[in-house]
Design a protein around this ligand. Structure first.
Ligand code: ATP
Ligand SMILES: Nc1nc2c(ncn2[C@@H]2O[C@H](COP(=O)(O)O)[C@@H](O)[C@H]2O)c(=O)[nH]1
Ligand code: MG
Length: 830
């Protein structure tokens, strides 16, 4: 039979088997279980059918024995006793150690089965004591007592036969006998070497009263079951309070939108015009939102899957809860029936509602609008499958696991506060830059309208609790209000204080240790209205700032695919030319969070941004404060003084402005192999060249030649040719400045050697520098990589030397190794 190894207690009637057995089951409830035998004897006072024995008639018992329902059976003192298979199975099914209380005949029968129990004999200290105990028990008449005493003599002899029992216990002193029984079945620590333990904190030792190894229990080879007795105070889990949120998502429905507009108008005394100051308008909107759309329960979304609930289900669940309460208070059969009936009804309704909701969902997923839901569901499934939604414990900086809510919150705060305020050591820029002092136009309504249109709906709200959906729902009234608000902000260069606050949500990067803060990206939830303001400013900045063609990140009509394509073209070129090519894929560490603000202002000014806008952006960054919202609640507020705002609408472009400087600081990579276009005049060289440059501006550049001929009316000096005098040109040729020159149609033409244009491809902070190595001379390339590393260090941008990779494309020979690591390490002083 399967399950843990059973225990057989045997011995003379009155030896104390039942007494010891009951003590054991009481103390180790949940470990041992009693096999309830069948008997034809009558129940004694206090005995219960099905608990002490199954009391049956001799006929019934005989029929069961004949049918093979019993493992063993015996005639004892004029009655039939037997252990049914079902009795043992019932105990083993609960994964308890089955204890059988049987006589000597039963022991002999069991030995012929494959039950393989531990045999323990309980013996009285003497026949006299046994008789006294049996008489004192007052269960026997003289006749049955004599029968039992006679049987006892045989039983006592049997127990002395070697090999019949694993353990023989003389039950003289009950406590001593019980201790011996426990010792036979269980072992405590300190007595022998044990391989199985229960580990507990020192501080919890006082809660543990006993810990034993169950000797007979083989869990796996050489491993025994360990039983620990501990008393724990069950404290009601304190749930971290989730803020109640307005159900803004309801604004998706036109009827809710209409009601919201109507109620807002009422709140504003029948006006459609929103009050001029932000605070009043924001408060009215929030208040109306709460009233019209309602607020969430404040429970966690993942507590219960209820998206398919309908009113019927909700109502039934409520009634079921009440019925349960009623039954708990008054345990009558009527109340139980009512509760059970409601339970059944809820089950039925839930399954119906679920089916209906799924049918509707599947129909919707087949439609065009449903496409979005499909991706949302896939993302949700992906997240749920990762089991990282609720990481309630986190490691400190030394890798120790923190479990208490306070310490976890403190750690999140410490991590992000440090990250968002840490600047690398760098020399302050001494080089000044001229500021562009010019008047700027007032914000126009169409700019606001455009920005509003670009804002995505359905995003988490910032601390001001006003989603962009509100402005979309209010239409022109909102445009009017926002335009006037933005103009006031532009004029005063001060935005509402509320916008300076944000909530930081750590999002797991899906790699590394889930308990390590550094594997999380902090996404800031900011005021949507501030984001709108950022978009308006961004649109203006994009008009004045020219970002180099090599930047593919956050630029309109440019994508990752384009960047890959440009790189691919370059590689193809080198492959065709059988030349060696080095690509350095630069990885910057926490680039967004490390941009020094001073550097940002410098780069904006350097890019020609009007000083007014510089001040407006400076204001967006001033006194910005944030809190971290983690699984165990919200941390204290802290300042954010370094880096760009994560999750902001303007940051990507600001970042592009900063990164653009990488192109302009003059990292000159050795040029790729040059292409010479030649052919008769009028063959179409210039037309083809123009087409090529237009299509691949970041791949090809044109070397401007020198000529002594007169410029044609549409030509520009320095763009089409460098127009020089014959004397000048001659002098240059004599000095060796030209790699080639020729006399053509009465004029001189010539080419000076140039370095190829910087071959750099950028996708936001992901920069790829590509260099061509000629004549195995890597020195120039080495110098450039060092330049790049030095530039990053100067600008508080840390190069991640592990993730920065070098790719060497060499079709001629096998290169031993790249020089990147060495160059970067030298720069970083490692
Ligand atoms: N160590 C002891 N000292 C004194 N009395 C004891 C001791 N152990 C058991 N007894 C008492 O002896 C009587 C017989 O014990 P118990 O009924 O447990 O024996 P048993 O082995 O189960 O007998 P049976 O085989 O007839 O069921 C009980 O009244 C019990 O209280
Ligand atoms: N062989 C079996 N013996 C059994 C079984 N159940 C009990 N017993 C033994 O009978 C005597 C008398 O018990 P009592 O309860 O009438 O005092 C005692 O020694 C028990 O061990 C059984 O299923 N099979
Ligand atoms: Mg007994």
């Amino acid at each position: 039979m399967a399950g843990p190894r059973p225990v057989v207690l045997s011995g003379p009637s009155g030896a104390g088997k039942s007494t010891l057995l009951k003590m054991l089951i009481k103390e180790f409830e949940g470990v041992f279980g009693f096999s309830v035998s069948h008997t034809t004897r009558r129940p004694r006072p206090g005995e219960e059918n099905g608990k002490d024995y199954h009391y049956v008639s001799r006929e019934e018992m005989q029929a069961g024995i004949t049918k093979g329902d019993f493992i063993e059976s015996a005639e004892f003192s004029g009655n039939l006793y037997g252990t049914s298979k079902a009795a043992v199975q019932a105990v083993q099914a609960q994964n308890l150690i089955c204890i059988l209380d049987i006589d000597m005949q039963g022991v002999k029968s069991i030995k012929k089965t494959n039950l393989n129990p531990i045999y323990i004999s309980i013996q009285p200290p003497s026949m006299d004591v046994l008789e006294k105990r049996l008489r004192a028990r007052k269960t026997e008449n003289e006749e049955s007592l004599q029968k039992r005493l006679l049987a006892a003599l045989v039983e006592m002899e049997f127990s002395k036969e070697t090999g019949q029992f694993d353990v023989v216990i003389i039950n003289d002193n009950l406590d001593e006998a019980y201790r011996k029984l426990k010792a036979a079945l269980l072992q405590s620590g300190g007595r022998r070497t044990q391989v199985d333990y229960i580990l507990c904190r020192r501080g919890n030792l006082k809660e543990i009263s006993d810990c034993k190894v169950v000797v007979g229990e083989s869990v796996a080879r050489q491993h025994r079951m360990v039983v620990c007795r501990m008393t724990l105070m069950v404290c009601k889990k304190k749930r971290s309070k989730i803020e109640k949120k307005t159900k803004w998502w309801k604004l998706k429905k036109e009827e809710c939108c209409e009601e919201f507009r109507q109620k807002l108008r009422q709140a504003l005394g029948g006006q459609v015009v929103l009050p001029d100051d932000w605070e009043t308008t924001a408060e009215v909107i929030r208040e109306t939102g709460r009233k019209v759309l309602g607020v969430s329960s404040g429970r966690r979304k993942e507590d219960k899957e209820t998206w398919w609930w309908n009113e019927e289900v909700q109502d039934s669940i409520q009634r079921k809860r009440l019925a349960k309460k009623k039954w708990d208070m008054d345990r009558t059969e009527e109340n139980r029936q009512e509760y059970k009936e409601l339970q059944r009804r809820v089950k039925r309704e839930v399954s119906k509602a679920k089916q209906k909701a799924y049918d509707e969902l599947y129909t919707r997923l087949d439609t065009r609008e449903g496409e979005k839901d499909l991706y949302r569901l896939a993302r949700q499934r992906d997240r749920d499958g990762k089991d990282v939604q609720q990481v309630r414990v986190i490691k400190d900086r030394d890798g120790r696991v923190l479990t208490s809510e306070e310490s976890v919150q403190r750690r999140w705060k410490e991590y992000f506060e440090e990250l968002m305020n840490e600047e690398n050591e760098r020399e302050k820029r001494v080089e000044g830059v001229n500021s562009v002092e010019q008047e700027v136009d007032k914000i126009r309504k169409d700019e606001v309208r455009k920005a509003l249109k670009r804002m995505k709906s359905g995003k988490a709200v910032g601390p001001d609790d006003i989603p962009v959906e509100v402005w979309k729902c209010l239409g022109e009234a909102a445009v009017e209000f926002l335009t006037s608000l933005f103009n006031r902000v532009l004029e005063s260069e001060r935005m509402p204080e509320e916008w300076r606050r944000s909530v930081l949500v750590p999002i797991f990067k899906n790699k590394g240790d889930v308990q390590s803060c550094s594997n999380y990206r902090g996404i800031k939830l900011m005021s949507h209205t501030m984001k709108l303001w950022e978009r308006v400013v961004e649109a203006r900045l994009r008009k004045v700032v020219e970002i180099c063609e090599q930047q593919y990140g956050f630029m309109p009509r440019k994508s990752t695919t384009d960047a890959i394509f440009a790189l691919r073209i370059l590689m193809e070129k080198y492959r065709d030319g059988q030349r060696e090519l080095h690509c350095v894929f630069v990885d910057l560490e926490k680039a967004y969070d490390r941009v020094p603000r001073e550097e940002l202002w410098y780069c904006m000014r350097k890019s020609g941004v009007a000083e007014k806008y510089v001040r407006v952006v400076q204001d967006m960054y001033e006194r910005s404060r944030t809190v971290v919202r983690c699984a165990v609640g919200q941390t204290e507020e802290f300042k954010v003084e370094v880096g760009l705002h994560q999750g902001s609408a303007l940051s990507p472009f600001l970042f592009a402005i900063v990164m653009d400087q990488l192109q302009k600081i003059g990292i000159v990579m050795a040029g790729p192999r040059q292409v010479i276009l030649s052919g008769p005049s009028g063959a179409g060289k210039s037309t083809l060249l123009e087409m090529l440059l237009k299509e691949f501006p970041d791949v090809f550049s044109y070397i401007i030649s020198y000529t002594t001929r007169e410029p044609r009316p549409w030509e520009e000096n320095g763009k089409d040719y460098h127009y020089v005098s014959r004397e000048e040109m001659q002098a240059g040729i004599t000095k060796g400045d030209f790699i080639e020159s020729a006399e053509y149609s009465g004029n001189m033409y010539g080419t000076r050697p140039v370095h190829g244009s910087n071959t750099i491809i950028k996708l936001a902070d992901d920069t790829t520098a590509i260099a061509f190595i000629s004549d195995n001379d890597e020195s120039e390339y080495r110098e450039e990589v060092k330049n790049l590393a030095a530039w990053c260090a100067d600008n508080n941008l840390l190069l991640n030397t592990i993730n920065t990779k070098e790719l060497i494309v060499n079709l001629r020979k096998k290169s031993d190794k790249g020089i990147l690591g060495e160059a970067l390490c030298q720069t970083a002083g490692q």
